[in-house]
Design a protein around this ligand. Sequence first.
Ligand code: FAD
Length: 423
Amino acid sequence: MEQADVVVVGSGFGGLAAAKQLAKSGISYVLISSTPEHLFQPLLYQVATGVLASEEIAPPIATVLRRHKEADVRLGKVVGIEPDTAVLTYEHEGVRSQIRYGSLIAATGASQSYFGRDDFADKTFSLKTIDDAKVLRAQIERVFTEAAAADEETRNRLLSFVVVGAGATGVEVAGQLKELAKRHYHQEVSVTLVEGAGAVLPPFGGGLSEYAKKSLTGSGVEVLLSTFVTDIELGKVTVKDSDGVERGIAAETVVWSAGVQVGGFAQLLAEATGCETDRAGRLLINPDLTVGGHADIYAIGDMTSLNGYPGQSPVAMQEGRHAADIIRRKKRPGTPFKYWDKGSMAVISRFSAVVKLNDRVTFRGVIAWSMWLAVHLMYLVGFRNRFAAVASWLVAFIGTGRPGFDEVEKVPAPVSAAERVAA
Ligand SMILES: Cc1cc2nc3c(=O)[nH]c(=O)nc-3n(C[C@H](O)[C@H](O)[C@H](O)COP(=O)(O)OP(=O)(O)OC[C@H]3O[C@@H](n4cnc5c(N)ncnc54)[C@H](O)[C@@H]3O)c2cc1C
């Protein structure tokens, strides 16, 4: 059977950071991922709203790692693991292959949770993959184009959006939809943001959450807090507030950005190793990032839960480097992982954002927006992509264009509810 010193599963933030760190010591590795790209998820909403083209945030992982002579990049979905014999099984185009690993770093991420209403997946648009962003972009283009030639009643119906979840993604999508309508399409839209918690951007809290809410409301977004979605039908979302009052909201397009569920390889790993999981299916890993009693298996990023660290890219990247450092003997086996929290940021609309470095140091408005642009530019992979993104941002934020809408491509078929939940 084929053997590899290290196998990395996943080409997201965690997998890429681990791969790059291993390469520093010249350690050979096989990276297996079910998607060919390295996806910069924080900018998915900009692809969906036409600000950026998809290739600017999703370069092929093989291209990203092309200068790493240690890298062997393969497209495949890992479908089985035997921890006692250290064998992984993966599948590509119906062909099954097996590989024996010296060490394994699993970084397969998370998918969307519909809180027990998996039927909502077929009635809403999500933003987890590059295909999700393209499908939502096609929907946005369709409703605005049809609305331009429609009578008033039809136009109001077509241009009704509900965004579920007022975390960073929900806030960014809601703000961008308003801006898109005003500056690019010059049409009126109704955008309602529904959040179960009592604040917008709950982890930011206090003044920043208030500022975000005020900015959104000021731009015309209706913000419903302490409100839950109870049903979704064609053209209508039913919500219930904290007093138990139900109401229907017209919605041609519903964007779902609430909740995280982990299944797929994390579930296989939990079953094979006996590692416990939390309610969202995240692996409860050991402090040194190993899984169960297996010192040769590391799990990192969104598929895991450790010390309440947030499901964010810096956690996945730092964990990836930590696991790689133990493997390349720069850290002693068993060294506990410690997250260095450099802060959080979220964009509300053009020239408006919030940044929280810590409880005392916060920024809002244009300064925060500029910081957001700089940080995202820095972390975007590849010089060409950075250059292209700056050009697109100038067109979209200083001008009124949407270069992403010019991307000519076949729109991928929407993924079914069952597939999304199982991913
Ligand atoms: C819309 C959106 C906006 C976000 N915004 C921010 C933000 O502003 N700031 C921030 O810090 N974080 C943000 N995040 C969170 C951040 O993107 C994640 O925390 C980060 O991507 C986690 O990295 P990961 O490596 O664990 O997983 P991912 O980056 O999700 O990568 C998972 C990889 O595993 C692969 N994979 C999955 N299953 C298999 C399998 N069975 N076999 C092989 N490969 C498999 C996938 O193809 C993918 O390559 C956002 C996330 C989303 C969805």
